[in-house]
Design a protein around this ligand. Sequence first.
Ligand SMILES: [Zn+2]
Length: 90
Amino acid sequence: MPRGMYKSGRLRKIFVKTPGGKTTVQYRQRKPSAAVCSTCKKPLLGVPRELPAKMANMPKTLKRPERPYGGILCSPCTRKRVQQEARSQK
Ligand SMILES: [Zn+2]
């Protein structure tokens, strides 16, 4: 029977095959939820879903698309926003 802290579901279960051929259970931290677009709430592409410690060591260029509003708006919403800005300037 697992310890109480492993029964709550806070950690995810991973079945690992050992060199001896046995399958054991390892408990690892769950990944955070995916980043979403701030207007349409769809999950953003090109933004990794990793633990904070891994994100801290990751280069900034791998964490979000390199364009205006990259990592904040999805591409259709970015297109709309840029068009609106261009039209409202005059
Ligand atoms: Zn969007």
